[in-house]
Design a protein around this ligand. Structure first.
Ligand SMILES: [Zn+2]
Length: 58
């Protein structure tokens, strides 16, 4: 098995490193930020308000 041949799961036929890795890293960073925010009661409250407002949209 060679890691460098690892194809991206999106089906583009490109190596993961050259395709969706950036998106993947960004998604992970976002999740990490949310996790940090949720461990801070004040930020968690802000986040809740934001999500509540976002859902009011329609
Ligand atoms: Zn991809």
């Amino acid at each position: 098995m060679t890691d460098q041949d690892e194809m991206c799961p999106c089906g583009s036929g490109k190596p993961f490193e050259e395709c969706c890795k950036q998106e993947y890293d960004r998604a992970n960073a976002t999740r990490e930020k949310i996790k940090q925010a949720m461990s801070d009661p004040k930020k968690a409250q802000e986040l809740k308000e934001l999500l509540k407002n976002a859902n009011k949209g329609d």
